[in-house]
Design a protein around this ligand. Sequence first.
Ligand code: THU
Length: 161
Amino acid sequence: MRQQYNFSFEVYDSLNDLPMADQELVQQARQVTANAYAPYSHFNVGAVAKLANGQIVTGTNQENAAYPVGICAERVLLSAAATLFPNIAINTLAISYDNKNGKSNHPVSPCGICRQTLLEYEERVKQPIRLILSGLEGKIFVISKASQLLPLSFRGEDLQG
Ligand code: THU
């Protein structure tokens, strides 16, 4: 027997091709990269979420001289959202970056730890998170469920006896 995992996502050449609400979210994600604290990697990441209640929550990566202490923009955002607006779903999460060492002209996707965190957020509020990934310019990816980025994932139910 063989099982297969497939998922498709949208690719846009220009921000103007997205609905206006998404364009605004991407612009905010790009702007908020300025709030990152990334003196070691010089890779500023910005994330902006639109919640089901209409509220906007942002996050940026926050590094530390003890490198592993640093935290990604996505997890800063998820921790803030869960604290400020407990049990409220995230409809859309836009992520952008400003690579001070080079170009910021293609989408980057969340790291493995953030994928695991996004997945559990979806589970706990019982709603998928739509992701919009982009640099400061270039193509834009739209992924309908963050959990699609983590097939065969480890879940809370696996801890049950
Ligand atoms: N980073 C994020 O904030 N989000 C990602 O999706 C990828 C990486 C941060 C972590 C670190 O501060 C810097 O980018 C370089 O890895």
